[in-house]
Structures are given as C-alpha cells and as structure tokens.
Ligand binder design. Sequence first.
Ligand code: SF4
Ligand code: MG
Length: 339
Amino acid sequence: SEPLLEIKDLCVEFGSLKNPVRVLDHVNLHLAPGEILGIVGESGCGKSMTSLAVLRLIPSPPGRITKGTISLEGKNLLDLSEEQMQDVRGNDIAMIFQEPMTALNPVFTIGQQIIETIIRHERISAKQARLKAIDLIASVYMPEPERRLDQYPHELSGGMRQRAMIAMALACHPKVLIADEPTTALDVTVQAQIFDLLSELREKFNTAIILITHNMGAVAELADRVMVMYAGRKIEEGTVDRVLLEPLHPYTQGLLDCVLQVEHDPRKFSGSKLLSEIPGVVPPLSELGRGCAFAPRCKYVMDKCRTDRPPMMGTDNRLAACWLNLETAAAQSASESLA
Ligand code: SF4
Ligand code: MG
C-alpha cells in the first residue's frame, strides 16, 4: 500500500552555492498511517532538519532543498505554492516540540488558541468549538479542562503546557504529527506520561507520528520502527525490536552501549552527555570525505571505509550503511529469497 508520507532522496544544503554544506544527504523515509517512526541521532545529525523540510520550514536563504521529493498521500509537497503549503501545515501535518512556549501565544488563553484552531478547520459555532476544546483538553488529561480554557500559557507547568500544545496540534486532526524532542525539558515522570499520551492518541485517531529524539528509551517504548541518522545521512533502519536487540551499525551499537551504561548509573542520564561517551566527535559536515561519515570514530574502520561511502544494505525492513554488514546483508537476502 502507498505510504502516507514518503521522502525520496532528499538533499538539503546550506552555505554558499560555491561551497555548499550538505546537511541532509540523500535521505529516504516512509511512514504508514498510524505508524510511529523514531528518528534518533546526535544534535546536528539532520533529524530536526528532516522535519523542517517536511513542513517546508527550512530557513531559506541560506538553506535550500537541492534534490528529492516529499510526498504526502502521493502529492509532492515541494510542488505546492506557499499558500497550499500553509493548508498542509494547518490540516495534515502538525508539529510539537521541546519548548511549548514558542508554539503557544503568551497573550491569549489556552482556550482562545484551541478554539481558534478548531474554527479555522471546521464550520461550527463558537459554542460548539468551545465544547470541542474542552473535549480535547480532557483527552490530553489536563485536569479541570473547563478551567484550563481561561488560563494563559505562563500559568501552566511545563508538562501541562506540553499537553496544551498537543491538544492544539490535534485540533486540526493531523494525519502526521511530528514530535521533536517533545519531552526533553520535562522530568522523567512527566516524560513517561507524555509518551503514554502520544501512544494513546495514535490508537484513538490513527495519527502517524514521527518521534525525533536522542533518547533510545523513548524509542523503545513508543516507536514501531526507528531510523538512525549520523552527519546528515540515514545509517540504520528497521523495526525497533530488531534495531535495539541487534544493531548492525557501529554507531547504533555505541548509542545502545550508552543506554546500557545509563541503566547501571542513572546519574549519567542526560542526552548530550550520554552520546558524548562515544569517543570522538562528528566531523564538520563541510569536511566529510568520500567514505563513511563515521570512519573517524569507528573502531572497526577499514581502508575501504575511508574511500567508499557505504550504501544502505540489507532487506526492506532491516538496513544499515556499513561495509561490515555487506556479508550479513548478502547472506540475509540470499536466505530470504530461498524462503
Ligand atoms: Fe565503521 Fe567502516 Fe562501517 Fe563506517 S563503514 S561504520 S567506518 S566499519
Ligand atoms: Mg533538534
């Protein structure tokens, strides 16, 4: 069946035309209705850039999409006018992110903002919209929903603001909800509640969700499928179970080792610190050579890795871009074609 959202061969460049820096390098992605896809990687790996590209919100200039397509139900979003795109943003694809204060308008109450969104999408009276807003607020488990309508964003706790933003995103019944580090600023208990909420909303509305995070725990809990990004490239992809249990790419293995270390010593829990435990740093995108982007940090690096870029190898639901997996991938597809 046709994917709900499909990105093909997407390239995004920043910098001058003469010295472009490729921040997304031939990224492919597909998302089915009601599916939750996790995108993980360090900051700057391109995960947020991918979602900005989907919404066509890449700051331009200096950013530009130089190649590829982004199709929603078969329609290439890159062909739409800005006006049509605003429609898509309001109706089909909604986004929530780390800091709800930037999405919520501080001078209007929560109720005014949700009701306005509802009225923009449905021909109903203000009174009906108000009732719907109360329903929505209740559906994201904000206690005393009616009282919430009259509160301003600054009167809410961080967790409640995040719920209000989710309620607002849902007011337009999006087909795709992009959640970019939605819980990073929240404490662990509230994080868990927000994850529960997202998974329940998927069940209830069949909303497909792209969960962008550096938190492997969140992916394990929530996502069906995961893709791992590094230096603007997709480097591994598969169902959550397979990727978490048997990561193929050394970078993914490193990410998971960090998670295991955190389980032994929870004080280590903090996104950026967590990932920095893989020795070395991501090379500047402007200095990526022809080979594997992970080569400078990889303990398995071979000569070939420095000269030849590994493509995604494997079967449809299990892919990694690493020369180590060449044999594994070949063996796998051979055994699958026999089966
Ligand atoms: Fe390491 Fe080579 Fe695999 Fe890159 S291709 S991750 S350098 S083994
Ligand atoms: Mg980000």
